[in-house]
Design a protein. Sequence first.
Lengths: 250, 286
Amino acid sequence: METRDLTVVFGGHAAVNGVDLTVPRNHFQSIIGPNGAGKTTLFNLISGQLRPSKGSILFKGTDITRLSPPLRTRMGMGRSFQITNVFPNLTVLENVRLAVQSRSGVRYNFFSALSRFDWMREEAFSLLETVMLDKKSDSPAKSLAHGEQRKLEIAMLLALKSDLLLFDEPTAGISVEEVPAILDVIRRIKAEGGRTILLIEHKMEMVLDLSDSVTVLFNGKFLANGSPKEIMDNELVQSAYLGGHYDDAS
Amino acid sequence: MDIVVNLLLNGLATGMLIFLLAAGLTLIFGLMDVLNFSHGGLFAWGAYAGVWMFALTGSFLASIAGAVIAGVVIGYIMERWIIRPVYGNHLQQILVTMGVMLVLGELLKVFWGPNTINAPVPSYLSGSWQIGGVILIKYRLFIIIVGLIVYLALHFLLNRTKLGLVVRAGVMNKEMIQALGYNIKRIFTLVFVLGAGMAALGGVLFAPYSGAVFSEMGLQFAILAFIVVVIGGMGSVKGSALASLLVGLSGAFMAYYLPDLSLAVNMLLMVFVLLVKPSGLFGIKG
């Protein structure tokens, strides 16, 4: 995944300004920056919700700047939103199953039964194990706690077999007790390998713990990029983002 | 006693016919927010096609098959070229489907003339059984059984098949189902055609029940079906089934005991449900 000179202007203000970002395959990269730095806007550009004013986006070597969001999904790009999106009245398992089934093509065997032991069911179930929701597979999704719904959404994202995952603040709006569980899930996904992951997050411990590299945005512009340690030691980053004094929180 | 049993069977049979219309309506509305006022036209076309096939072949099974095929073909043409251009616009949907309703009714007159046509009950379903002094009319029992079979088949389709899972999810959140990569238009066409086939089946079953077919016959049932959809909750087949039986039974009993109230009772039922639970008995949408 690569962006070249990516820029989007809203009424004279460049929310994202000339960002060149290169994310190598199977890399875990975090994007940090103060509020209003353009992180979510950058995600919207990458996933296609927004069209850039200038610049281009490359994915798997092809230019996808003009592709619609569903086409990007088919190419293997999966995105989680800050708001949770699940089907409330379906069971947890059915939610994931829908995503598995979508990937395998609906036209084929449309009227065939959801038989109990087919591979789709098994795959959906094993994804629920990945996000540690397998014990709740038969409960309706609406009965889950907020953090659990977020985990369910991640399982659906995984079911689409995306090889680029965009996580936009996966712990936003989630109670403090539930955060470690989400962190666990993301750590597991990273450990499974085979996926490129982009993460927007404010919780520094989480970013430092998970990332292979960290990109810092400031006022829509690229500020720095490097390993978590390099970023922590970067004086430019410290003055812009951390206010010059970052006490070790962990 | 025998009067109560008779009214019960009468009400159930009417309820089943209403259900055949309402099930399609509730899914069409639930999945795509499409208001379809032409559903009664499909009901009438099913009845005419069935009577015509019966006169031609003398077989009631062929008559049912002919009706369902007519409903499916007309439904497909309607969805593809008339409904699809007005997705997302309720006013246009109402006008266009009202127009289709009128055109379907007039076309019946073009093909079969303006007079009512006799619809005989097949010999093996005519007459009645007498059990312990209670008279059971065979054809009414037949309608109830067919209605039950259709309900169970629909229940299976929605809860045990891949298509059903997608339809249930689509009723809840159609943006999300598209985000997962499903082509909702193709699924909607399938659901619309299924609804059209059920409406036509309702028509062909109703024809021998009333004894005659006429081009406006769909209207009364279409209105009842809309009431049922509102009472049962938009998008819920289970709700429609229950509400259909409620409306059918209350109509039958009221017509006997309190004839003056028999038309008002359905409206009162709807008003009451809307006051107590605005989303309907099993409404998924708010």
